[in-house]
Ligand binder design. Structure first.
Ligand code: KG4
Ligand code: ZN
Length: 341
């Protein structure tokens, strides 16, 4: 095959991901997570994440190669997340990728984590329509991106001004006594609950909307939920977890989908994509589909396993760099924890 065989390494947060693609085809997506080690802290602990990457890296690379039936010698390029993310965690991935590139004599491509979340859909649904409007919602980011070229031109239209969407899910889950990470638990609890509480939708009206057309704010919502729950507890009433979960979730996904669709319409973009861990949310998927259909916008959402952080997304973007003839990175490539898109 003349399609490039690319191995991608992702270590920006708590997942050690190693994926291998051939061109636009996913061969394997190996992952090791330290999420359980962070659970008792209620959030990712950077030092713990870095140490876990260091231990998991080589076994995960070996697992990926075995799963794809390829030898390291067969690779055409190495891709790695260079940022944004946790500095120490990124450094483990970048150092590992450099060691591989140096030893194999193959080019290295340092890629942007957010662009990789967008590129992963190529191995799921085929060539990316460009421009595409990408909504990335995870524990670390909530962004609307206009993407004319996933390998070079990714324009941020808006982002959260406080908590990320996933962070809001995790914090509200904690208030409701659900385990970390809370997103999937809220999603499940909400299925048995009616939407009965009208929680605030941040930055959706008046001056706030004017000034923050495509930005998000979830900290006011999180506080409103915490207050509501506290009031119930003080009054000695049982907190209706399913109803609170459903009402909170609706407030989040209502704002996310409304702003994403508006961004498509205002920028004349016909294709929209959702990525990041929160894209696994069943209500977000349903409402986004409903509103996209109503607006005549095509929607692409990768399967949940490819929405959360993984190595396949890095490999998928790396392969695009190779296929589009982009210059590789230097072997002095730094990790950049606050890399802009
Ligand atoms: O992309 P990801 O795996 O890691 C980063 O944060 O970069 O996203 C994890 C986030 C967590 O906040 C988790 O609670 C949230 O995604 N999440 C969900 C769901 N599944 C994961 N949030 C809402 N509904 C879900 N089904
Ligand atoms: Zn991510």
């Amino acid at each position: 095959s003349d399609e490039p065989l690319v191995l991608g390494i992702e270590t920006s947060c708590d997942e050690t991901g190693v994926g291998i693609v051939r061109g636009e085809t996913l061969l394997v997506d190996a992952i090791a997570s330290s999420v359980d080690e962070h659970a008792r802290f209620g959030g990712v602990v950077p030092e713990v994440a870095s140490r876990a990457h260091l231990e998991a890296m080589v076994p995960t690379i070996e697992r990926a190669c075995a799963g794809a039936g390829v030898r390291l010698d067969d690779l055409d390029a190495i891709a790695v997340t260079a940022g944004p993310g946790l500095a120490g965690a990124l450094m483990v991935g970048v150092a590992s990728a450099k060691a591989l590139a140096l030893a194999l004599g193959k080019p290295i491509y340092g890629v942007n984590h957010l662009a990789a979340h967008v590129a992963v859909d190529i191995v799921e649904h085929g060539p990316l329509p460009e421009p595409v409007l990408a909504m990335l919602v995870s524990g670390g980011h909530s962004s609307l991106l206009l993407v004319p070229d996933v390998t070079g031109d990714v324009q941020p239209l808006g982002a959260t001004i406080d908590d990320a969407a996933g962070e809001a899910f995790d914090k509200v889950a904690r208030v409701l006594g659900l385990p970390f990470p809370g997103g999937p638990h809220i999603d499940r609890a909400a299925r048995d609950g009616e939407i009965t509480i009208d929680f605030p939708r941040g930055l959706t009206t008046g001056r706030d909307l004017e000034r923050h057309r495509f930005d998000f704010s979830f900290s006011g919502l999180k506080t409103a939920v915490a207050r509501w729950v506290e009031t119930e507890r003080r009054a000695g009433r049982t907190v209706p977890v399913a109803e609170v979960a459903a009402s909170f979730q609706e407030a989040v996904v209502d704002v996310l989908t409304r702003k994403a669709i508006r961004a498509c319409v205002e920028h004349g973009v016909q294709d929209m994509q959702i990525g990041g861990g929160v894209a696994a949310n069943s209500r977000l998927r349903a409402l986004a589909q409903e509103r996209a259909d109503a607006a005549g916008i095509r929607l692409r959402v990768p399967r949940p396993g490819l929405c959360t952080d993984n190595g396949a997304m890095v490999a998928a973007l790396g392969a695009q760099f190779v296929m589009r003839g982009r210059e590789p990175s230097q072997l002095s490539l730094p990790a950049d924890s606050s890399m802009p898109v």
